[in-house]
Design a protein around this ligand. Structure first.
Ligand SMILES: CC(=O)N[C@@H](CCC[C@H](N)C(=O)O)C(=O)O
Length: 371
């Protein structure tokens, strides 16, 4: 398989969560071109599960890739840039998918002892595909449910060839955050007759930033980011509606409960002070990603002995990943794989080094053979 071409083809058709229709069709077509004797393929919504029969199977080893993109306008200038205006593979899922197809080809060419199951999972960026996919496998396709599961995420800041992970907690517990403020708008010249939702939202935004700095134990960690704030219609009308869109990140469920209680208290105070209605919607939330300790140690050992690979012990990160729903119920492992990009994840100029496509499928195949 020409993985660079595959990655670039997929890069051109980015689709957001549960709308990955062209992506799914592309993947199914690529899978159909491989020898089929050892394969079983099932579709779930816009996702796919592929089982490769092993030589002497005793268990199923899973590999998961995410397949969705982000609502970002690409600014790379690549000749293979996104053909979907306003959408981009800015989190590397195009690379993840190409790696998974390369791995699939290797598993067919050189079967490992156990069965392998590759999951092409929709909606990682939101609203979350892992939990419903896992439940579907458990209830409807138990013979596709892995006994152990692994995945990677590209790491722009690490050189190609470097992989990193840690036993235990790797990624944060997350919740989306959407806050709407509604009050009486009106003429810009008569502020005393209105309640200005732009001003109320600005004050709310600043107060929200005191939650982490003033109420979370500094030895714990949390993040509250508002990534989007909108208010009003035109320059000379006082806004009757404002909206904040953000995300909350913590390292455990108790801190998440604490953050939400503080957000609610501040919103009530803003309501009172600004004579307005404030509503909160927590959207979707992800569990933290917890790496199985033994699996992570085995991986780090295997990586440090692999030619062309550097292994590092990573710090836990405030990134979110619905892979946490797999590690909740299965021994699982996620690791970072370096791609030497000058721009980071969720950036409109993310530029992963495609040399990762030569390295990762063989490396992962080797690791899966050892499990
Ligand atoms: C790896 C990565 O970047 N994941 C996303 C997951 C987003 C979860 C959800 N939509 C949220 O914003 O809380 C991330 O932003 O960390």
């Amino acid at each position: 398989m020409e993985l660079v071409k595959i990655r670039r083809d997929l890069h051109q058709i980015p689709e957001i969560g549960f709308q990955e229709v062209k992506t799914q069709a592309y993947l199914l077509e690529a899978i159909s071109r491989l020898p089929q004797e050892r394969l079983e393929v099932v579709e779930w919504r816009t996702g796919i599960a592929v089982k490769v029969r092993g030589s002497h199977p005793k268990k199923r080893i899973g590999w998961r890739t995410d397949i969705d993109a982000l609502p970002i306008t690409e600014e790379t200038g690549f000749d293979f840039k996104s053909t979907h205006p306003g959408y981009m593979h800015a989190c590397g899922h195009d690379v993840h998918m190409a790696v998974a197809l390369g791995l699939l080809e290797k598993l067919i060419d050189k079967p490992i002892k156990d069965d392998a199951v590759i999951l092409f999972q929709p909606a990682e960026e939101g609203p979350g595909g892992a939990l419903p996919f896992r439940e579907w496998l458990k209830n409807d396709k138990p013979d596709f449910l892995p006994d152990v599961i692994c995945a990677l995420h590209i790491a722009p800041e690490l050189p190609v060839g470097t992989v990193g992970t840690r036993p235990g907690l790797l990624f944060a517990n997350t919740s989306e955050l959407f806050i709407d403020l509604r009050g009486k708008g009106g003429h810009a010249a008569y502020p005393h007759l209105t309640e200005d939702m732009a001003v109320a939202a600005a004050s709310l935004l600043i107060q929200l930033q005191t939650i982490v700095s003033r109420t979370v134990n500094p030895m714990d960690s949390a993040v509250l980011t508002v990534g989007k704030m909108t208010a009003g219609t035109v320059q000379n009308i006082i806004a009757e509606h404002a909206r904040l869109e953000g995300t909350i990140r913590t390292l455990n469920s108790e801190s998440m409960v604490h953050m939400k209680r503080r957000i609610e208290a501040i919103c009530r105070a803003v309501e009172e002070a600004n004579h307005c209605k404030v509503t909160i919607d927590y959207g979707s939330g992800y569990l933290e990603v917890n790496n199985n300790e033994a699996l992570a140690e085995k991986f780090l050992r295997y990586a440090s002995e692999s030619e062309g690979i550097q292994a590092i012990r990573s710090e836990a990160a405030m990134t979110g990943e619905d892979f946490g729903y797999f590690t909740e119920q299965l021994p699982g492992l996620m690791f970072w794989a370096g791609v030497s990009s000058p721009y980071g994840l969720h950036h409109a100029k993310l530029d992963p080094d495609e040399k990762i496509l030569d390295l990762m499928p063989g490396f992962i195949h080797g690791f899966m053979s050892e499990l």
